[in-house]
Write a protein that binds this ligand. Structure first.
Ligand code: CP
Length: 303
């Protein structure tokens, strides 16, 4: 039995197979419409979500399986003090696979150790968000045709952003990737990440102004400044609109640059950008369903 806690749990060869499967599902959905008949996915979400929970539910439904779960810790027995370990032992009696989101870093891993069914980390605090990373990689591979030879700008909350941490960890395994980290001083990427990049001799630079680096980028990964990760409201208010990607800034970018965003967005991308062919974030959300379908099939050993 296999869990997914980090994108590094799969080798790059396994990821290639997963993405090939996701692309096949995209083009031949009928082939997979009954693949999970009789199987049940449990979605255990202790933190809010739109995309991750509903794309998992959509994925299992499109595979012919069924879904149970909760979307709020307050409506589960966590509100009565039940531990994640006990919850997963019980969920193991009800479902065949579980996707879990939790505000505490490492909680899905604790669940995975006690579970009798595969557990997927659907986001744990500011730590990892592996299925978002699978979504990001599939989007890049499908729209650019490769996962190497890029300059990628990551912009916004690089300190608390679990999607950013997961994506960097995953991309360092590909050739010829250069990172440009664009953030205010207070939201810089953690030292453990820059230490790791230096150790691996991977090129990166850290800047404050998006405009200064826009012409160099092949990919721009925008992120939201996350209100829920701040300890005081004053800092959040000061930083929340630090970056707003609008058409004036996008005019500085390459014609074929892709704008990615894990979503939800608040103000960091103006809605006018949505109609630009470089805006890939809604397509990215759609790839999230295909890759989660491929992941469910793989972890249930049905692929
Ligand atoms: N990208 C993402 O994780 O979105 P949700 O928080 O809506 O699941």
């Amino acid at each position: 039995m296999r869990n997914l806690m980090s994108p590094l749990d799969f080798t790059t060869e396994e990821l290639d197979r997963l993405f090939d499967l996701a692309n096949d599902i995209e083009h031949n959905p009928g082939k997979y419409a009954h693949a999970c008949e009789g199987k049940i996915l449990a979605t255990c979400f202790y933190e809010p979500s739109t995309r991750t929970r509903l794309s998992f539910e959509s994925a299992m439904t499109r595979l012919g399986g069924r879904v149970i779960g909760f979307s709020d810790a307050a409506s589960s027995s966590a509100a009565k003090g039940e531990s994640v370990s006990d919850t997963i032992r019980v969920i193991s009696c009800y479902a065949d696979i579980c996707a879990m989101r939790h505000p505490k870093e490492g909680a899905p891993m604790v669940a995975g150790e006690k579970s009798l069914i595969p557990v997927i980390n659907a986001g744990d605090g500011g730590h990892q968000h592996p299925t978002q990373t699978l979504t990001d990689l599939l989007t890049i591979r499908s729209m650019k045709g490769r996962l190497n030879g890029f300059t990628i700008g990551l912009c916004g909350d690089l300190k608390f952003g679990r999607t950013v941490h997961s994506l960097i960890n995953a991309l360092v395994r590909y050739q010829d990737i250069k990172f440009i980290f664009i953030s205010p001083e207070e939201l810089k990427v953690p030292d453990y990440i820059t230490d790791m990049l230096r150790e691996k001799n991977i090129a990166y630079e850290e800047v404050i102004r998006l405009e200064d680096v826009m012409p160099k980028l092949d990919l721009l990964y925008m992120t939201r400044v996350q209100k829920e990760r701040f300890f005081n409201e004053e800092d959040y208010i000061r930083l929340k609109d630090f970056y707003i990607l609008n058409m004036d800034k996008l005019a500085l970018a390459k014609e074929d640059m892709l704008v990615l965003h894990p979503l939800p967005r608040v103000n960091e991308i103006s809605v006018e950008v949505d109609d630009d062919p470089r805006a890939a974030y809604f397509k990215q959300a759609q790839y999230g369903v295909f890759v989660r379908m491929a992941l469910i099939l793989t972890l249930l050993e049905l692929a």
